[in-house]
Design a protein around this ligand. Sequence first.
Ligand code: ADP
Ligand code: MG
Length: 587
Amino acid sequence: MLRQHRTLALFLAFVAVAPLVLPAFYVTLLNYIGLATLVALGLVLMTGVAGIVSFGQQAFVGVAAYATAAISVLAGLSPWIGLGGGLALTAAIALLLGAITLRLSGHYLSISTIAWGVALYYLFGNLPGLGQYSGLDNVPAVQLAGWTIDTNRESYYLIWVFTVAALIGARNLLDSRTGRAIRALRFRSVMAESFGVNTASLKLLVFLYAALLAGLSGWLYAHFLRFVSPHAFGVNAGIDYLFMAVIGGASQVWGALLGASVLTVLKEWLKDILPAVFQKTGNYEIVVFGFLMLFLLQRTRDGIAPAFERLLPARPARQRPPEAPPLPRRAQPPAGQDLLGLRGVVKRFGGLVAVNDMSFTMRSGEILGLIGPNGAGKSTLFNVVTGVLAADGGTVSFLGERIERASQREIAQRGVSRTFQHVNLVSRMSVIENVAIGAHLRGAEGSVAAMLHTDRAEEARLLAEAARQLERVGLGEHLFDAAGSLPLGQQRIVEIARALCADPVLLLMDEPAAGLRYGEKQALAALLRRLRDEGISILLVEHDMEFVMGLVDRLVVMDFGEKLAEGPPAEIQAHPAVIEAYLGGIE
Ligand code: ADP
Ligand code: MG
């Protein structure tokens, strides 16, 4: 913490005094760096963190720049009205494009960003009244309380106030309830949904935020240069911004600043050198950037930010988060009530019937084991119950209400929480942050509160809850380790702590004991018994017979998607069909 504050203070001091001591040329360069940082920052959040690759951010810069130019030049209104108008138009276009393109996945999405980037470039160049390819000039300077911001140094402060605010806001955002969900978007969206995160609207939010940062940059650009033309908003610019985010460090907020600085300075420098080398004028810097990018991606996917980080003094060991008032808990249903009921559930994958006519009822307060050979359909059944997969037939009810059509999120809200057979952690995020995702629905603060840090009281309660759950499962020593650095067995336990963080009524666990050592299994069994005594109901898929037999109240046996038997462990152990199909195969 201290280290971070000192670094921040040094940075702010540098930003404040730089234009007073540097020659004019460097002030201008810093202005361009600030403008580019805003756009690259949006890309870091969107591409680096959330995994949505965009080549089209320059279009949003252009939309806002043209909007404010039109408002202030053609309509003669104040640039501040241009700011409002520019951002509003950017937001409207981003929401429209986002609603259409975010449904696309992977490459298709990125290709569509190129498409709109090109489309808007030609639109700027051809719209009558906007000066076409020669652009609009005489854009007025911004006035602030009677002061006209019309020199480079004055523009510097205007640009950097916004840039610093955006950097700090983005850093705060990532370190919050919403930020953890954003960090899970890239590889773990099924997991995030299962804890109640609305991943589609969160993606749109990140997309919108990145577009607004680009729009802000466009507004500043128009009133700093006092001129707009389509050329600044072509596809090349979009690629430059992406380079900046990747070179700087696509998953770190400060990477945007680094990338923007390095590329802007390098570009300026290469513009002088390369034409002399090639004896010809041209945009040769693109070639150098291309090779630089290739080289960096070979050497490090994380850009140069981690290298800079190493130059700073080491981070002191972090303390357990301070105690905070506990989060409210939901009432558990009385024991023995019908909790989960499946009637004739069917799930097909093409011709394969993975789950066929499965029916059973689970009562609150029990541990029900679901066993069966590999490929029997247990995980598929879990995915139907939790809403990851839609059933092809049958009904599922939870506490008397039908849920077979409900989304993962709705099911999570009702108190169903799960672990995954294949560990589903955000591996770079700390253990405690991973677990706090489990408490997503127990918090309510949104992204604006996070950026302004007005969410700290709730945040403290969420983190304290995550720490408590981790201590409860015996991982109190590992709160700040990267989740991916733990051995697999412990990662499974982290998954359990995360599921507990949701304060579940029903806990579904898919092979929690796989990969655990004997002692760890004993501890897990003891934990599950304790949870049952607290009133939590547990549906457990497990392979390890010994583990299951001593633990569960009843068993349901599946084979080839169908129910083979159901009953108390002793009865199941003696069941001829079960011995034939399953136990016989193992023993
Ligand atoms: P279990 O968890 O009991 O080992 P699963 O539910 O994972 O079994 O799988 C049941 C059957 O469904 C298997 O034959 C598996 O190959 C198939 N299956 C599971 N998921 C899919 C999927 N997404 N697409 C196609 N087939 C699947
Ligand atoms: Mg399975």
